[in-house]
Design a binder for this molecule. Structure first.
Ligand code: COA
Length: 176
């Protein structure tokens, strides 16, 4: 298995992975977001990684920058979306995509990494709901317990909460 940065040439494969992995009510929305993320122009840039097996793309993850809603200062990143083709799940591919992204972003600098997902899965990488509370989500969540954060590099979480903004692809309440 090989992990590399995604390019526009991977757009169809990325759409197909999310469409196959997510349930019917979410697959259209999430696969659109996954592809739109490839053309977000942000500073720092979006990090989009794919996992390949035998030259076929079977997993994808995106990390996009998060800023302070008030000051527009860069605070860190949010992990979304993530999917692995059903035929290749439970082999550690998502875990390797997450760890590879965390390592890359930690080398770029310190900050927070946010995620909205299953705490049983994400807690094994260092995410915690307590730290997620430092950066309340920009929209009301259906499952508030899924909002979590971890430190990238040597980062101290703030003592009071800071409102955040996400990239335009994620600025849609239907995703939350
Ligand atoms: C969630 C998702 C990305 C996980 O992908 P994955 O590649 O199967 O994840 P991993 O293999 O790293 O870990 C999944 C499980 O397989 C287990 N596993 C990892 N390597 C394994 C191996 N070699 N053999 C057996 N099991 C293994 C992990 O321990 C983990 O166990 P769990 O069932 O207790 O969680 C995938 O299920 C998916 O695409 N789901 C639909 C989309 C989705 O929900 N995305 C996340 C939104 S936040």
């Amino acid at each position: 298995m090989k992990i590399r940065k995604a390019t526009q040439n991977d757009a169809d494969a990325i759409r197909g992975i999310h469409f196959a992995a997510f349930p019917e009510g979410e697959r259209d929305l999430v696969s659109d977001v996954a592809v739109k993320m490839l053309s977000e122009e942000t500073s720092p840039p979006v990090l989009s990684l794919v996992a390949e097996v035998d030259d076929t793309v079977i997993g994808h993850i995106t990390f996009s920058p998060v800023t302070s809603h008030d000051t527009k200062k860069h605070l860190g990143y949010i992990l979304a979306p993530l999917a692995v083709r059903p035929s290749h799940q439970k082999r550690g591919i998502a875990s390797q995509l997450i760890m590879s992204g965390v390592q890359h972003l930690s080398e770029l600098g310190s900050g927070a990494l946010l995620v909205y997902g299953d705490p049983d899965f994400y807690s094994r990488f260092g995410f915690g709901a307590d730290r997620g509370g430092c950066y309340p989500p920009p929209y009301q969540l259906e499952y508030a317990f899924g909002w979590q954060a971890m430190a990238l590099g040597d980062f101290d979480f703030p003592s009071s909460s800071i409102s955040i903004s996400c990239v335009s692809s994620l600025s849609n309440p239907a995703l939350w």
